[in-house]
Design a protein around this ligand. Sequence first.
Ligand SMILES: *Cc1c(COP(=O)(O)O)cnc(C)c1O
Length: 382
Amino acid sequence: MLTWVKIDGSALRHNYRVFVKIAGEERVALVLKSNAYGHGLKETYQALTAGSKDETLKKNSYLCTNYLFEARALRGLGFAGRILVVGPLPYETLHDHFAEARELNAEVIIGNRENLESWLSLSEKPQVHIKFDTGMSRQGFYAEEAFSIADLLKSHKKNVIGLCTHFANVEDVLEHDYAAKQLSLFDSAVQAFHKNGLTPLKHAASSASCLLLKQSRFDLCRIGISLYGMWPSKATRLSYLQTFKDLVELLPVLSWYTTITTLKTVKSGQFIGYGCSIRAVQDMKVAVLPVGYYEGFPRLASDAHSYVLIRGVRAPIVGRVCMNMMMVDVTHLSTVTIGDQVTLIGGDQGETISANDLAGWAQTINYELLSRIHPDIPRIIQ
Ligand SMILES: *Cc1c(COP(=O)(O)O)cnc(C)c1O
């Protein structure tokens, strides 16, 4: 194999248990969108359903996807619990979409008038959650529309499963006053539904808000990044530490490996890679790795400010990351050979490169880095 991803099943189940402990079992909705944040939808589902009785995914759990095809895949894997598809609806093919959601027994989110009218016109309706835009300016109705929408939905009570919103500014700050404003708008929307006799589930939290804001947990917490053992951001981690004086233990689930496919000597004065961005100032030993930006390794992690691990030692990337390859400087590694295993994310002999390290070097966040690891790369459950 040229490159592969390892999934630590027991770390995944540990993180799941962390949230069961924080929020209560019935409140944890696991977010498996974007190929389970790059961990592999199938492998993540399999790893979640393995393990002992008290750590494995419960049969009546909630899973969240972005697309309907992901819900279809989960049904294909035998998941019979509840599925909430959180992504946008395709306007042109809305009726087919609703019909398939119904067939799959998947719940969808409605957050605009056009989708609501189309849903109301159906004789056979899939179950829905109504979304409120309380400050993200993305999906959802405004809170002031809640009363009129509740009025339209009065006679469809049994198909209105939830009311939800999404926070815009919990991850990036230590003070959560914006979230408080969002919560108060959400509350006014919920009250408007109550006045119309509708009392569906309420949900707002994702990883950061579930961790930090007890008042945001309501009936469900949609847990994504932290299921995979990552803090949503440094600020979230710091904020947690400030509030609770201790940290919950989140264990990274994913590591990413490759091997050296070519080892070569680059003579002093020779250039390395596209744009001749680097020139050897001494004779160098360079290893070629079969991973590039197509595979999901960020191109911004080029030119000697990013590292990989070989035999437990950091080796700097030299020159620009190519489409399917990159070069690393191994001059300082006397024993390196062709075929050696290389760690792109993970630990090796006490040294670690975390997803956060690599994301930082590439000027991005762990979410983007992980979710862009190419889905065709084999995921091996450990
Ligand atoms: C992705 C997503 C989440 C999960 O967010 P994390 O920060 O990864 O926990 C929750 N809710 C919605 C609507 C999402 O799209």
